[in-house]
Ligand binder design. Structure first.
Ligand code: ZN
Length: 135
């Protein structure tokens, strides 16, 4: 497989509006939109820059993945997402190479993307997301 690009950097935040004051207000990034992703128990904001994006993630439920992440480690960089053109093929190839998968099958993330996470224990402590999208 070959990752096509760094699709986005996921950042866990305590409060989306407060974080937008920094990223959009002070750093001047454009806000592409916000979205509630029920399945992930998050509210997200996407801020494109130079061919990639920041994905700000605010938890909507302390039991969700971002709620737990912030409880354990505090807010901060949470994952790196790499764009792939065929997520099933990429997962199969990584699995056969010994990479532990969090998601054996893709699920839906923000923007209708199909996503799957690799286990940080297999990736040097970095939570890696694979992301397949049409555009
Ligand atoms: Zn993501």
């Amino acid at each position: 497989m070959k990752a096509l690009k760094l699709d986005h950097v996921g950042i866990a935040v305590e409060n989306l509006e407060e974080s937008l004051k920094l990223y959009s207000g002070l750093l001047g990034l454009d806000l592409a939109g916000t979205e509630l992703v029920e399945e992930q128990k998050v509210r997200t904001a996407f801020l494109p820059i130079a061919g990639t994006e920041l994905e700000l993630l605010e938890s909507t439920d302390p039991e969700g993945p971002i709620g737990k992440f912030i409880a354990n480690r505090g807010p901060g960089v949470q994952h790196l997402a790499f764009r792939v053109d065929d997520i099933e093929a990429a997962l199969a190839e990584l699995k056969s190479s010994g990479i532990r998968l969090i998601d054996e099958k893709p699920r839906y993330g923000a923007g209708g993307a199909r996503i799957a996470f690799l286990h940080p224990k297999s990736t040097g402590g970095v939570l890696v997301e694979l992301c397949e999208r049409k555009a």
